[in-house]
Design a protein around this ligand. Sequence first.
Ligand code: ATR
Length: 283
Amino acid sequence: MTDLFDFHKQKRCFAVVGHPVAHSKSPQIHEDFARQCGVSLSYEAIALDPGAFEQGVRNIRAGGIAGANVTVPFKQAAWRLADKLTDRAQLAQAVNTLSFSAGDVIHGDNTDGVGLMRDIQKNLGFSCAGARVLVVGAGGAARGIFQPLLDSSPGELVIANRTLSRARELLAAFASPIGSTVCNLEDLSSTAFDLVINATAASLMGEVPDLPNGIFANGALAYDLAYADQPTPFMRWAMDAGAVRAVDGLGMLVEQAAESFWIWHQHRPQTAPVISALRSGSR
Ligand code: ATR
């Protein structure tokens, strides 16, 4: 019989699934967390066929994977696949953390929103309470961060999207979002914001949303959910357009990973050294 000590030391296997996924930093991040916390694990990046996500998940599970992070383009497919969802995953209609327990039940959670808020409020020291906040974009990424933003008590929360109907749909999905409004990108010209979050897919295509100048208030923070080795096109545009700080989503990536790590291992790793190592390129 395996004694209790050996059981806890057994190496459990995890993965990030996406398409493409080879570039993912999640394996490095989870391995760093594991070293910090004395957890024994393996973590790999697995590309799944976009046409066969469900079968792909069943295959990795049968192969012994205990949990998986889910990235583009599968977060909504993972939400549909999960048997049990946390409230935040249900609201986001997207899952980035799957846990496979004994039996057939697949648990789905979404740690993106909490990851963003920890990066903005804890790491960057920006308080959302009372702030005028603009979310640009109304797709899955915007949906995943909307409730935590509402919970942070902003003075004003505006969703601007190229396609206005999608912004309206997003807002309608949330219960009594007091102080929240929607508009087109071009309607933003008369308002200034303290925090502007780019939740569009534009950076992934090397583009910048067609935003008017003048949307940044004094001291404003520009935050791109995308991350890259170089400043993203949105970050460069934001600095030219008057933002005081422009950051990418690397901190959010590490923070959402820390929350997934907590779900799987019940350890809270320190995120600051991992963010620094990734930023300096030493990992
Ligand atoms: P994701 O899950 O990454 O959010 P998505 O659901 O396809 O992806 O949504 C992409 C978002 O980026 C949408 O808000 C989209 O605007 P539309 O709804 O008008 O299509 C936005 N987007 C993508 N490219 C953009 C661009 N070049 N300029 C402005 N918005 C863009």
